[in-house]
Design a protein around this ligand. Structure first.
Ligand SMILES: Cc1cc2nc3c(=O)[nH]c(=O)nc-3n(C[C@H](O)[C@H](O)[C@H](O)COP(=O)(O)OP(=O)(O)OC[C@H]3O[C@@H](n4cnc5c(N)ncnc54)[C@H](O)[C@@H]3O)c2cc1C
Length: 223
């Protein structure tokens, strides 16, 4: 059993946890343990489909200390003249670089990847199972309560026809359940999924890049 010694334990290294930690160390001389069950900072962007990008300008996203992107307008394509919008890969690279060059370099922030914060107030390694207690009166900051659900890791909110299955990579890991969980919405059955939903069923034309809502990128369904 290990011990975390910090003034703040920030749970979640997505956009919220990164922005909070960045602002915190800019304004206070405190020690922070920043932990995430994922292997790197960036939150849901680490799992997002490769074609997703910000909805709005990069300059309005990220941490306060470090500009995301160059603050330039796009030079080509249908959005020429509009502000650049970072892709998922650019956002992940940005958070990786910010973490190393700001919080970790300050010597006051310890990043703990692959650690889960549990309800009983401990953090547990998802790799070794090692547990850590927090020593002293550390403040625990929930930086994941806004976490969005993304198609790549969320079951789709529509029913899937019996027999619809398939994978260009691994059929067994990409099959749809025959009986969707009751938590799925009861909307019109077999509503035609769109590319935006991130999943194609047997009713639509499969592509190699659409991905599978069960989390297997590059997985497409078969007709
Ligand atoms: C395609 C797309 C485009 C978007 N575009 C924009 C945009 O242009 N502008 C904008 O403002 N917003 C945009 N958003 C919204 C975006 O989701 C949020 O801005 C932000 O990324 C959410 O960050 P978060 O830190 O709240 O959640 P997350 O990114 O989900 O991060 C939370 C982290 O907490 C970790 N975590 C959760 N529970 C635990 C636990 N118990 N123990 C350890 N770790 C835990 C998770 O592993 C995760 O890494 C977009 C979203 C999507 C999907």
């Amino acid at each position: 059993m290990g011990t975390i010694e910090a003034d703040y334990v920030v749970v979640g290294a997505g956009a919220m946890g990164m922005a909070f930690t960045d602002a915190l160390i800019s304004h206070a001389d405190v020690r922070v343990a920043l932990l995430d069950r994922r292997h790197a900072p960036g939150g849901h962007w680490l799992d997002a489909y490769p074609f997703v990008r910000l909805h709005r300008a990069s300059a309005f996203y990220g941490v306060a200390s470090t500009l995301l992107g160059d603050g330039r307008a796009q030079q080509h394509g249908p959005e020429r003249g509009l502000h650049e919008r970072a892709t998922a890969a650019q956002i992940c690279a940005y958070y990786d670089s910010v973490l190393t060059e700001r919080p970790v370099a300050s010597g006051r922030v310890s990043f703990m990847p692959c650690y889960v914060w549990t309800d009983d107030g401990r953090c547990v390694s998802t790799i070794s199972g090692e547990r850590h207690n927090v020593r002293g009166p550390a403040r625990v900051v929930n930086a994941h309560y806004l976490s969005p659900h993304i198609p790549a890791t969320t079951m789709p909110p529509f029913a899937v026809g019996r027999g619809a299955q398939g994978s260009s990579r691994s059929t067994s890991s990409c099959e749809w359940p025959t009986h969707p969980p009751s938590t799925w919405s009861s909307g019109p059955a077999r509503r035609r999924p769109t590319r935006a939903s991130g999943c194609l069923t047997a009713e639509s034309t499969p592509t190699g890049s659409a991905g599978c809502a069960l989390g297997n990128r590059g997985c497409s369904t078969a007709r």
